[in-house]
Write a protein that binds this ligand. Structure first.
Ligand code: NAD
Length: 513
């Protein structure tokens, strides 16, 4: 560490901030495009010509594609190029009303009476269609979000299908899920989702709601509506009764109209803590059941007996996966002092090998930031880290000229009171702190208004069990990170929200028991 500190001192006041390590001291222009890679990679773009988005998408209401009564559309763009992608209908209050009415009719006429085994057949059909159209969905998800095709192909789409398969299995077994109770559906579920995992979040919301006999009005995020609209096509092809699922596009106003619509029986929201709090207030006023999956500031704790190389891979995956656009991202790293220098050095080395570039290239590790607004938010928080004087490490490769890009970055010597340690950055930025004892690690990890996830790395099972039990987080991983399964519940403590999605727990918010 002394060598690194020395370099830092020499560079203080210099113009390049990415000079915390000796390797980083070279000017970016002299470095190859793929910094740190052992050899250059030829580009390997996913063939996508067959899967371009439609020129325009309408609203999916009552089983039909309908033009918005508002007459308004908005443009979405490819965040990696800033080129226009498609035009999407902007649902106004009258469109929301039509969607809720369609959901009500479908609920009263067929869905609430539909036997569980029949609901299961529809869910299996949707799951199979997602699998059959997985390549198309992966390409469109990558184009719309900016995430690498590898992630969309290997994570988002298979996990979305898995949720439909999983909840299909529960649809005719609800009485066994809650022994001694007679569960019945709530009615119409209004669901609002964010832009980081568009199809997966839609699956997390729609699959359990339908399995429990509810009908649905879902609003995807305004920057990433495409795969939810393809899901509407899949639902239509699966022959679901008209109105069981309605998908309406629009921005915050559309979301607000849905949340406050008098015909809705339950709200499920995933998004920012700020909007989640506003929705919680509305739902309290309306005495409406609500589940909230909100922000996070997860701590990854590395003890000095941890398998360090494995832990470094886990940290890289935990924070740089999906450009850090992950609510449960391991955005704070707590390292026990004896291994701090080693971890920082290995982290920097590994970070330099990450390939940033076109999302549709199968070699790409890190894609584009989803929107200009999100990029500005990341830059602003990173500036606050610089202003606080925290050493910054970042990758050195060239970035594309157009689009929204941010280099994987980490800060060391971060204080608990720094904004970069307290606020959700929702980008590829990690804040590194140190600790001496397990108690100090637990105190620091829990010293946050959030409580969505955490990670612990140690060779000792007993230490893992002891520490994980003390962490105030909905999900705690040990010697791994960012592992998901439909059978495992997910959700937050404190300002990360309440209610659980996934597993048998994910059925409860959609049932009266
Ligand atoms: P956001 O809260 O700005 O928007 C989320 C959705 O809510 C969008 O569809 C948006 O149009 C809608 N919306 C905005 N204002 C609304 C209002 N007043 N009423 C109703 N709907 C409204 O969040 P975002 O920027 O799209 O997503 C990023 C946030 O989501 C991050 O904070 C992240 O941590 C969180 N997130 C949490 C989880 C989780 O499971 N806990 C998962 C993914 C994302």
């Amino acid at each position: 560490m002394a060598r690194y500190r020395k370099t830092l001192r020499r560079k203080k006041g210099g113009t390049t901030l990415a000079t915390a390590s000796r390797a980083s001291a070279q000017p970016a222009s002299r470095l190859p495009a793929v910094a740190g890679a052992a050899w250059p990679y030829a580009s390997a773009p996913e063939a996508h010509e067959l899967f371009l988005p439609a020129a325009r998408y309408e609203l999916f209401v009552g089983g039909r594609w309908t033009k918005p009564k508002s007459g308004r559309y908005f443009q979405t763009i490819d965040p990696s190029t800033e080129e226009p992608l498609t035009q999407v209908a902007n649902a106004g209050a009258a469109d929301v009303d039509a969607a809720v009415r369609a959901a009500r009719t479908a609920y009263e006429r067929y869905w609430r009476r539909c036997p569980g085994s029949t609901r299961a057949k529809y869910l299996y059909r949707i799951a199979r269609s997602i699998t059959e159209r997985s390549r198309e969905l992966a390409v469109l998800e990558s184009l719309d979000t900016g995430k690498p095709i590898r992630e969309a192909r290997d994570f988002d789409i298979p996990l979305a299908a898995a949720h439909f398969f999983y909840y299909a299995g529960w649809a005719d077994k609800l009485a066994w899920a809650f022994p001694g109770k007679t569960p019945s559906p709530l009615g119409i579920a209004g669901q609002v989702i964010p832009w980081n995992f568009p199809l997966l979040m839609a699956a997390w919301k729609i699959a359990p709601a339908l399995a429990c006999g509810n009908t649905v009005v879902l609003k995807p995020a305004e920057t990433t509506p495409i795969t939810a609209l393809i899901l509407a096509e899949i639902i239509q092809q699966a022959d679901l009764p008209d109105g069981v699922v309605n998908i309406i596009t629009g921005g915050p106003d559309t979301g607000q109209s849905l949340v406050t619509h008098p015909g809705v029986d339950k709200i499920a929201f995933t998004g920012s803590t700020e909007v989640g709090k506003a929705i919680a207030r509305e739902c309290a006023r309306l005495r409406r059941p609500v589940t909230l999956e909100l922000g996070g500031k997860a701590a990854n704790i590395i003890f000095d007996d941890a398998p360090i190389d494995q832990a470094v891979e886990g940290i890289i995956n935990g924070i740089f996966f999906n450009q850090g656009h992950v609510c449960c991202a391991g955005s704070r790293l707590l390292v026990q002092e004896p291994v701090l220098e080693t971890v920082v050095q290995k982290l920097d080395q590994r970070m330099q090998t990450l390939r940033i570039g076109p999302p549709l290239d199968k070699n790409t590790d890190i894609g584009a930031i989803n929107s200009k607004a999100q990029l500005q938010k990341i830059r602003e928080l990173v500036r606050s880290g610089d202003d606080a004087g925290r050493p910054r490490y970042e990758t050195r490769c060239d970035l594309p000229d157009r689009g929204y890009w941010f280099r994987p970055t980490f800060f060391t010597n971060v204080a608990l009171s720094d904004r970069i340690a307290r606020e959700e950055i929702f980008g590829p930025v990690l804040s590194v702190m140190s600790f001496r004892t397990p108690d100090e690690a637990v105190d620091k990890a829990n010293n946050t208004p959030y409580g969505l996830s955490a990670g612990v790395w140690s060779d000792k099972g007993s230490k893992n069990f002891k520490v994980t039990a003390q962490l105030q987080a909905g999900v705690v991983w040990a010697n791994t990170f960012n592992k998901f399964d439909p059978s495992s519940p997910f959700g937050g403590y404190k300002e990360s929200g309440f209610g659980r999605e996934g597993g048998v727990h994910g059925l409860a918010p959609y049932l009266q028991r």
